[in-house]
Ligand binder design. Sequence first.
Ligand code: GLY
Length: 401
Amino acid sequence: MRIRQKMYVVVCAISLLAVCCASWANTPKWFKNAVKTSNHQLLFMADQLKDVQGKAYFPRTLKADGSYVMAKVQDWTSGFYPGSLWLAYKLTGNEDLAKEARKYTNLLEEIQYYTGNHDVGFMMYCSYGNALRLKPEQKDTEILVNTSNSLCKRFNPEVGLIRSWDFGKWSYPVIIDNMMNLELLFWASGQTGNSKFHDIAIAHADKTLKNHFRENMTSYHVVSYSVPSGDVESKGTFQGYSDSSAWARGQSWGLYGYTMCYRFTKNPAYLDAACEIAHFIMENRPSNKDYIPYWDYNTPDIPNASRDASAAAITASALLELGEYIKDSKLSDSCIEYAENILKQLSSSDYLAKKSENKGFILKHSVGNFPGNSEIDVPLNYADYYYLEALTRYKERKKFN
Ligand code: GLY
């Protein structure tokens, strides 16, 4: 190498280093602490799990005695721990996280043929989907396409929706959470060129928009349909306070779901829906300086009711995407600012675990199923997942290093 070329290489390297240092220096302290804590917690958890026996591999939450509740591969939450490891890898570049992420992702391989629930989108797109984006291996695409075909088996063309559950009193239950599984189908349509996946996703999103929402754009949790007519049979709740209440996580699933549907379709009806849901969430926060919702917007024990950090994390992630699509800059900024405020609050000691506490879960204070007296004021693996996803979206938007 000639002397001038060598000097050029050195100058470039110094400039790059200077840019990186400046960017890191501009990164807010709360964000750096959130990333460092997440990195530590997830690896601490991996270490705690080294000697897991049996087939329940995935940490879901904690029992009252502080021990893990472990989930089997068929559990709707099984993809979130591998997904969190992938997202933390994206945030930090730490190869130890990627190694654990791949190990836990591959444990889910059999789910590609699973048709027992509608949650395979959560389970596989959060695990294999992130794997494919960040450190792909040869089989990842095929596994995700097979999973999409399995999910389509739950679509009844006469009803025009994907069936959510096979248990309970309903003829054909569809829950608002199911909007989240459509992301896998949109991806599969783009990947394979097969419009079947896209058509099913659109049919589901359109009929859900028609029947799941009230006038104020809050949503019912469960809408059940008659078969084969496809007429609405009942509207109500399973995890909310009452049939007419606004269950907090349900509102977040709807917000995220329609924002994501707009990403793939550019259908303005989906964008409008997302904006109206966002409006309800932002207008109904606990107070001007408090962004973490109670577990249900209508629970009568407010202000003493439990908070749901998982709903807040899902909302933050969704708003960071929605803010990118809204043309009105004031409205767009208010979404981003709201998401930032959620993230700051979740990253405070009120919600963020101290290192090596919380058994390695990142966030405290979520609610799984209050009426079922299950998972009340506990860490939840999906709260951690959407918190990390929101941090990655925030980092990209702010262009932190
Ligand atoms: N999808 C179930 C829940 O949000 O609890």
